[in-house]
Design a protein around this ligand. Structure first.
Ligand code: CA
Length: 228
């Protein structure tokens, strides 16, 4: 397999340098730019396999960049958010970013996220019909969920919630994305629905619902189904 090409859109030179050095050392081909306008020009001539986008850019905010990008491209986007842009990371995910890292972050965390995203992008464009995570087995066609081989009985709504997370396996879904998908577009602010149903699901599949192994909380952002 050829080396994955990564475009890093980050105006802080020290961070861009650190990110590029880490990706190179891991066998990837990174390039960096600090301006959204340059990134767009760059992508028009040399597409990338993945983008790393800082939300605080000098010429444009990262959300506008991602919104524009999503009109023409489904390339995976990892967002970097400084504390000052915490609330924007949710907007960025809603706008079509695939994952995020808060600054400061470590090399291990960066590479794990990038590898997981490349893996997902390389897999079939549609979610697999059957998936297995730890002791959970899910068959999308028959909508059957098993835990250690025994059927887990889910209500229609619990199943819809689990199915949404399963289709995005490993990827964070924001509260709004989950609410829109499971309850409908007019219910996107009903965060308590989500909390209640996530509690039901966890009590059925987690050995310790307070320390979930499968249904992971992304604090203040949303949830993801663990992919390993
Ligand atoms: Ca910045």
């Amino acid at each position: 397999m050829s080396k994955p090409s990564i475009l890093v859109l980050e105006d802080e030179v020290s961070i861009a340098t650190f990110v590029c050095a880490s990706l190179s050392a891991a066998g990837m081909l990174p390039r960096a730019t600090g301006r959204a306008v340059h990134a767009r020009r760059e992508l028009a001539t040399a597409p990338a396999d993945l983008l790393i986008v800082d939300l605080g850019l000098p010429d444009e905010d990262g959300i506008t960049f991602i919104t524009e990008l999503r009109k023409t491209s489904s390339v995976p986007v990892l967002v970097l958010s400084a504390r000052a842009h915490e609330s924007q990371k949710i907007e960025a995910l809603d706008a079509g970013a695939d994952d995020y890292l808060g600054k400061p972050f470590g090399v291990g965390e960066l590479l794990a996220r990038v590898r997981a995203m490349l893996r997902r992008a390389a897999a079939a464009p549609t979610a697999p019909a059957r998936l297995r995570v730890g002791e959970l087995e899910y068959d999308r066609a028959s909508r059957e969920l098993k835990l250690r081989g025994a059927a887990v009985h889910l209500t229609k709504r619990e199943l819809a919630l689990f199915d949404a997370l399963a289709r995005a396996l490993g990827k964070v879904l924001t509260h709004r994305q989950l609410l829109a998908e499971v309850w409908g577009a007019e219910q996107v602010d009903q965060l308590h629905y989500l909390r209640v149903y996530m509690g039901h699901l966890r009590s059925k599949v987690e050995a310790d619902p307070a320390e979930p192994r499968y249904l992971l909380t992304e604090l203040g952002v949303g949830y993801r189904l663990a992919d390993e």
